[in-house]
Design a protein around this ligand. Structure first.
Ligand code: 5GP
Ligand code: MN
Length: 373
């Protein structure tokens, strides 16, 4: 006897092959859910074959990979006739505002009702460069409750189970690499990688791979990057727009931090830079201005673990970077309510800045053996 479930399942497959004029896209999508919580790629392709309302979102305080992969996917999807918006949970650095079609990004904290409307109307929500809904703040609950199909494209460890289709690989150097892979090898549409898509994806790969120098910058990554340049990404110009686009204040702030706030712990091969609210104000530090600061501490000969501890308005934010096998993400997860990759991780604390600094220092003896190898 055919069960009700398999009957509905067969009906779902049948309706998928009918002209979409006969059934609304919502009904089609609802049937898909009934059929299978996790979507097959063939089903996702069929859903993407007709224009849909699509929201792309990424983690709060987006970086080059978050915005590059989101706008890269945006510039691909609009060519297929979809109604697409990128909804960012918060603002992001000015040096990313040149990205093609940046004007079409909606910032949740600045346009809450517009953002809610977009999530409400969405048939699909693409979640890029994050894999736990807590990383998108208040937007997380809206996404969780939405009946839209959720597609995760990401390269972080330990994904939460909220998606219906997943293109996830922790070995990818950037989410932008996975978006490239999605367009070229899953959707089989390399022809839709135009100059706008290429420029966005180049930016994501460049920033997340530390300008092509981290260990996950494989030969394949270089092949992808070569193809993006061939498709029109102006590599030299993108480097300039992202890395040579700071205020004089920001450069003086860097000098101040390195001269006055850098502490080195040679007995643990560790270094730390801390920054107070007052210093952020003194130098007019804006979103993105502290990005990359932690890497200076890692350039010291012998240092295996570098920390940047910043007193933000709502909490104290930590950024850790490490070399080799040292698990920076373990410290963030265990002590600072965070996580991330082995060599680049982050977290936060509600304690006052001075106490967070002491807490970080007090953790070093536990990791002494790993730090001194
Ligand atoms: P950053 O230090 O640049 O803020 O973050 C580096 C990496 O650490 C990010 O790519 C992300 O994977 C991770 N990360 C940063 N902050 C958090 C956090 O609060 N929670 C978690 N789970 N991961 C974080
Ligand atoms: Mn990333």
């Amino acid at each position: 006897m055919i069960s009700a479930l398999s009957w509905f399942s067969s009906l779902g497959s049948l309706l998928l092959h009918l002209d979409s004029n006969f059934v609304t896209s919502r009904f089609l999508i609802a049937l898909h859910f009934f059929k299978n919580r996790m979507l097959e790629i063939t089903a996702l392709k069929e859903i993407l074959a007709d224009p849909k309302h699509i929201v792309i979102t990424t983690h709060h305080k987006p970086d080059g990979d978050a915005m590059g992969s989101s706008l890269g996917l945006y510039n691909y999807l609009i060519q297929k006739g979809h109604h697409v918006k990128v909804v960012s949970p918060t603002d992001y650095p000015v040096f990313l505002h040149w990205l093609p079609n940046n004007a079409d990004v909606v910032i949740f904290t600045e346009q809450r009702e517009v953002s809610k409307g977009l999530v409400d109307r969405a048939d699909l929500i693409f979640c890029l460069d994050f894999n736990t809904l807590s990383r998108i703040n208040e937007l997380g609950e809206l996404v969780r409750e939405s009946s839209a199909i959720k597609v995760m494209i990401d390269h972080h460890l330990e994904p939460e189970d909220f998606d219906n289709y997943r293109h996830w690989n922790i070995n990818a150097c950037a989410t932008a690499q996975l978006v490239y892979d999605f367009i070229v090898n899953i959707m089989h549409e390399p022809g839709l990688i135009n100059k706008d898509v290429a420029s966005c994806l180049y930016t994501g790969i460049m920033t997340d791979s530390g300008s092509f120098r981290f260990p996950n910058t494989t030969p394949e990554v270089h092949h992808i990057v070569a193809s993006l340049i061939q498709k029109g990404a102006e590599n030299w110009k993108i480097h300039q727009l992202v890395y040579d686009n700071f205020s004089a204040d920001r450069l003086r702030f860097l000098g101040h931090c390195l001269l006055n706030n850098l502490k080195v712990f040679p007995e643990y091969n560790a270094a730390m830079i801390s920054v107070s609210q007052a210093e952020l104000k003194q130098y007019n530090i804006a979103t993105g201005d502290t990005e990359g600061l932690v890497n200076y501490a890692l350039t010291i000969n012998g240092v295996r673990l570098a920390a940047l501890i910043i007193e933000r308005t709502e909490m104290v934010k930590l950024s850790l970077r490490s070399t080799g096998d040292f698990p920076a993400n373990e410290i963030c997860k265990k002590y600072f309510n965070g996580g991330g990759h082995r060599n680049a991780a982050g977290g936060q604390s509600d304690l006052p800045l001075a106490e967070v600094i002491e807490k970080f220092k007090s953790i070093l003896p536990e990791y002494k053996n790993l730090l001194l190898v």
